[in-house]
Design a protein. Structure first.
Length: 218
């Protein structure tokens, strides 16, 4: 029973730590959210627990940890999307890679619990507080994704671009797709926001466009 309780505690902590980071990614509507981060953290912890059970002169738990780190490279690559000169998903890929390391620490136990706790706090601060500080302090243009759903979308692109550029946002690239059998089109724009321009400030004017259906800003 003590050993079973130890495993249960470790897996529970893996769910909590992975879920905390995954929830932050979920609220930002990223491709890898709550469930993905929980599974990555729990999976890393399980691999660690399995490696620690190996016995014999040739047993090397460190090899399992190394393979977890390597495997996360392939999984994280699936969250990275490149569209023209815009690359999205790098932060989410990095968060999944870090969550895997947190899961390894949880599986090790002992001082690993402290490392996992502190690492989770640092990751959450990086994804929230540091992001806002970066937006305020860096003078370079920041990229944002604006997804608009309009009726008569393709014919409205010029109007949308003019509105965005008038507010200090430069359109880097865009993509138009049909939504369902109706006349609604989805326009996905990647825009560069110059210093002093926040993506939230664009919402009131964009929602007033004729034929507006919905929008999402990231």
């Amino acid at each position: 029973m003590p050993e079973a309780l130890n495993v249960l505690v470790k897996l529970t902590l893996a769910v909590i730590f992975g879920g905390a980071v995954g929830w932050q990614r979920e609220t930002r509507d990223r491709p890898a959210g709550l469930r993905t981060h929980v599974l990555v953290c729990v999976g890393s912890a399980v691999y660690t627990l399995a490696s620690l059970s190996f016995t014999g002169p040739t047993a090397d738990p460190g090899r399992v940890a190394a393979q977890v780190a390597t495997g996360m490279g392939f999984l994280g690559a699936g969250t990275i999307i490149r569209h023209g000169n815009v690359v999205r998903g790098l932060t989410t890929a990095a968060s999944m890679w870090t969550v895997a390391a947190i899961g390894l620490c949880v599986g090790i136990g002992g001082e690993g619990f402290l490392v996992a706790t502190l690492a989770t706090i640092v990751v959450l601060l990086t994804l929230t507080v540091l992001r806002r500080a970066e937006q305020r302090l860096l003078a370079r243009a920041r990229l944002a994704c604006v997804t608009l759903r309009l009726t008569g979308g393709p014919g409205r692109i010029g109007e949308v671009k003019k509105l965005l550029e008038g507010r200090g946002a430069e359109v880097e690239s865009l993509e138009v797709s049909q939504i369902g059998p109706g006349a609604v089109q989805e326009i996905q724009l990647w825009v560069a926001l110059h210093r002093g321009c926040e993506v939230e400030e664009l919402e009131p004017e964009l929602t007033q466009l004729e034929g507006f259906v919905s929008m999402r800003c990231e």
